[in-house]
Design a protein around this ligand. Sequence first.
Ligand code: MG
Ligand code: MG
Length: 255
Amino acid sequence: MVELKTDAAIDAMREAGRVVAHALAAARTAATVGIRLSDLDDAAATVIREAGARPVFQHYKPSWAPTPFPAVTCLSVNDTIVHGIPDRYRLRDGDLLSIDCGAELDGWTGDAATSFTVGTPHPADQQLITTAEQALTAAITAAQPGARIGDISAAISHVSRTAGYGIPHGFGGHGIGRHMHEDPAVPNDGRPRRGFPLRPGLVLALEPMLIAGGTDHHQTAPNGWALHTSDGSRAAHVEHTIAITTHGPRILTLP
Ligand code: MG
Ligand code: MG
């Protein structure tokens, strides 16, 4: 069931989204060569706690997961696409890191992700990250009242495929509100003018995931959570929570 949000609810979700943006910024600032992933998770957790919010990833257990998620952020390094578990790995120069974070404030949820290089960037990684950001921008631009979910999906796949990157099957964006994952699903690949119509009040998390090697194949790590590229190539993931309004898309997860 798809729930349309009131203007007041969207304003409340903006505040939850702001907490997520600040948590992402804190983790990103802390992400220097030699620091442990668990320390970045702690940095995000501190921001969320001090804002009076709740980290929604922690203890989250979707039907396919073997265990509840043990951390506040998903930290995905290099060939990890999404759902990396923060551990004691120390970041190395040139690592491609994706940080995904969600928080609930006053009963409303925000969800966002960013990808960047730690230390010295590889040009190929910069191209991958830039394309992921362009795919997200295209997705947001497509999220106009009167359009459909398929227009968002097609925008993401067009930008990604044109650049030669793969898109992992079975993972994508989602409705969001009182819960992190609500209807409708927002696939990262699809056909324009198909799917659920975009009406004012619909709030969506849009999240392109790109695989550098160009294949769509992926595999799940032994921990049952982390999603890796099958070819060992690197991946990037970016995400914003947005609301469809009569004036167009409104990004809720900016600082
Ligand atoms: Mg997310
Ligand atoms: Mg999401």
